[in-house]
Design a protein around this ligand. Structure first.
Ligand SMILES: *Cc1c(COP(=O)(O)O)cnc(C)c1O
Length: 410
């Protein structure tokens, strides 16, 4: 008889977003006709930009003719796009990476889940708490944890690096030895960014402990403060210890188009294989398990990296940052303590009067008809916070903020 992978049974249910939907629907049914204002989702809402959309349209036209039709491309991604990424890291960040160190994918989330395949089953894994759930869940499925401990609200066997108010929501490297560390800056859900010194502490730790950092930079284009690194490779030594995962989802609005990339440097070190092995294992994995990203999406990605595309992406990100600033200001006016939202589309809001995340979720849904995301859903350190998202049309953000200011004050 077939047996399922029992690691899947360890997963602490897809609880967060289904529960948000359930409570929102229940409230809606009791309050018919009342408009609900949504600041919960991390999904883009604005149109694709003109030149990027046209580049994809043009690619479709090429596919319509037998003379210019192409089928499967390289599993690692189109050469033109990998070369453009390599040039982009050089011109934008001053970082030297060869095009062969870039692997184009259908998005950062799948790469974030798949990358653990490269590493030994008995690796010790550290994640920030709170965290984007895929880092934790992929390692639970990969067999690197024991069961979920409902009392502590975390998985046994995983190392949690706490990010809270006391450290400005930037965790410190673990005190003990770990083999893999997941970092995400600007952070989802807290909106925190890490300084170069803070990232250097992780790079130094990784070099000393021979650990690998998996760095999710999906929101790097939201960084507007000078001096905050937009790639981990701005930190010296990172090419020996860090894999970077990135995406066109949040800067070009490709959440539905689907395109991302990972940087897997040839210089990464591991305990049981020489330099180059991690790169070649990932290459082997992609060639066998993946048939490449959509060629239409890749045409869009190439345009997104051009000067014209960059300008368009910048104004798209500006729009969401404008929303974030409206949220931050309004929520603060309503007496709520806010973090993030300046180099990030997320505003990490402290629940007032020691309220718990779900209680505050219910409270603002009831009082202001606004839906947010309970921070506790991202890990136990998220308890007592909610994540407010800037992904919505401006008029909806303004309506939600107005409602918060009018209904929550006093
Ligand atoms: C949205 C998001 C991504 C992007 O995922 P895609 O699969 O590329 O759409 C990656 N990491 C984090 C933390 C995100 O919030």
């Amino acid at each position: 008889m077939a047996r399922v992978n029992e690691n899947f049974l360890k997963l602490n249910g897809g609880y967060l977003f289904p529960e948000v939907a359930r409570r929102t629907k229940a409230w809606s049914e009791k309050n018919k006709g009342v408009e609900i204002l949504r600041l919960g989702i991390g999904n883009t809402t604005e149109a694709l930009t003109p030149s990027i959309a046209d580049a994809m349209k043009h690619k479709v036209d090429l596919l319509k003719s037998r003379d210019t039709y192409t089928g499967y491309g390289d599993e690692q991604g189109d050469t033109a796009l990998r070369v453009a990424l390599s040039k982009f890291y050089k011109s934008e960040y001053g970082v030297d990476l060869s095009d062969s160190e870039f692997f184009v994918s259908d998005g950062a989330k799948s790469d974030a889940a798949n990358i653990q395949d490269v590493f030994s089953r008995d690796s010790i894994v550290a994640v920030q708490d709170p965290a984007y759930p895929v880092y934790v869940d992929s390692n639970v499925v990969g067999g690197r944890t024991q069961g979920f401990d409902p009392e502590a609200s975390n998985y046994r066997g995983l190392v949690y690096m706490r990010a809270d108010e006391s450290n400005g929501f930037v965790a410190e490297p673990p005190k003990q030895h770990v083999d893999l560390m997941y970092l995400c800056f600007p952070n989802n859900p807290t909106g925190a960014v890490a300084t170069k010194d803070q990232l250097k502490a992780f790079v130094d730790y990784a070099l000393r402990e021979k650990a690998i950092i998996i760095y999710d930079a999906a929101y790097c284009d939201y960084i507007r403060h000078e001096g905050i690194p937009r790639t981990i490779y701005e930190v010296e030594g990172a090419k020996e210890c860090a894999i970077e995962i990135n995406s066109f989802s949040k800067n070009a609005g490709f959440t539905g188009v689907r395109l991302g990339w990972s940087v897997v440097p040839a210089g990464l070190e591991s305990e049981n294989a020489p330099k180059g092995t991690i790169h070649s294992i990932w290459n082997r994995r992609q060639c066998t398990f993946f048939n490449g990203a959509s060629n239409i999406a890749q045409a869009g990605g190439l345009q997104a990296l051009s000067p014209e595309g960059r300008k368009e992406c910048r104004s798209l990100v500006d729009y969401y940052l404008g929303n974030a600033s409206i949220i931050r200001e309004g929520f603060s006016k309503a007496g709520l303590k806010c973090f993030g939202g300046t180099d990030s589309p997320y505003i990490w809001t402290k629940c007032p009067n020691g309220m718990k995340s779900w209680d505050f979720f219910d409270y603002i849904l009831d009082k202001a008809h606004v839906v947010v995301t309970p921070g506790s859903g991202f890990g136990s350190a998220g308890e007592g916070f909610v994540r407010v998202s800037a992904y919505n049309h401006r008029e909806n953000v303004e309506a939600a903020v107005r409602s918060i200011v009018e209904n929550l004050n006093g």
